[in-house]
Design a protein around this ligand. Sequence first.
Ligand SMILES: [Fe+2]
Length: 355
Amino acid sequence: MAITNEPLRTVEWNGKKVPVYPMQTFDFSKLLSHEPDELERLVRCCQDEGYFYIDLKGIDGRRFLDDQQETLKLMHRFFESPLEAKNQYGLVAPHLGYEPIGSRTGVLANTKDGYEMIKVSRDEIQKDSPHIPDVIKNSPDMKVLENAIAGSNIVTKAILSALSTGCGLTGASRFENTHRNERPSTSTLAMMHYIPSDPRTDTNIGHQKHTDISSLTLLFSEEWGMQIRPPGAREFGFVEPRPGTAVVNVGDSLRFASGHTMQSCIHRVVPYDYSQHRYSIAYFLRAENDVMFTDSEGRNITAGQWHDEKFFAFTSPPELQALAPPSMILGGMVEEDEPAVPAPVAEKAAAVEAY
Ligand SMILES: [Fe+2]
């Protein structure tokens, strides 16, 4: 966790005090300049924590915040459309297409997930006839999607490059060399809508704990709900949404590529305010499909195979997930003993206690 002298903030959620974990912040402009002190701090952050804020308020980053707002408008229109329109192509591939609510496991025992999602991959949007539902396929919408994908690719590639330099990697050993833009990958933009849900009565709740398949994930959300479990922490705590920033987390692929020295961020999504709709935009920067990794079981595996196996685990019921290699859902990250997810109390939704 970030070193701070401030007392750990908490919020009240489900009748108990839950941490709001401190996170380091990196300025996008400084990373672009490869300022040595910042690169050293960035590498250490990825090795010790595996998550951080990227501040995009400066002149170099503002355009990506504009992309976020345009994407949110498109998402509202898309998710308010009839199910047949949203599901025009269904799930074309694990990284492309529409997933209705309840496609995956939820955050509480015996629940399914509480979100719907449309994914548009970087490779697909460059095709002549991409599989994108007609309701968001007019030319202004395509421009919004293109900007969001290209912009997110630029931000995550800049971070990847900064990490290579910070790790002292040169030539073909740099991380970018396994993330070349012209090579096939499952890199994708995922747009998610979490429906209001009440853990006391509903059976579609949040998003189960996991680490990401990706190398780096760039996440925009204005609403509370994301929780992380820092390395060594005994409990999940909230990530505070901060205007002008995105959350970046390290995923399994970069953990593997770094020789398992970087931390893959354990996270989940819970209904913070039971009555709230939550929208999040995640860009998953992933390695080229045929890049080889050594996973946490010691298997040599391609990035594409890791993606497909982990996707299958995500969409399987808990009894099938239990048959997957033990490192699959959490990318080999080890958890301390964890208190059970508290049973929701009857009278209230969560409220912010301390600022
Ligand atoms: Fe995730």
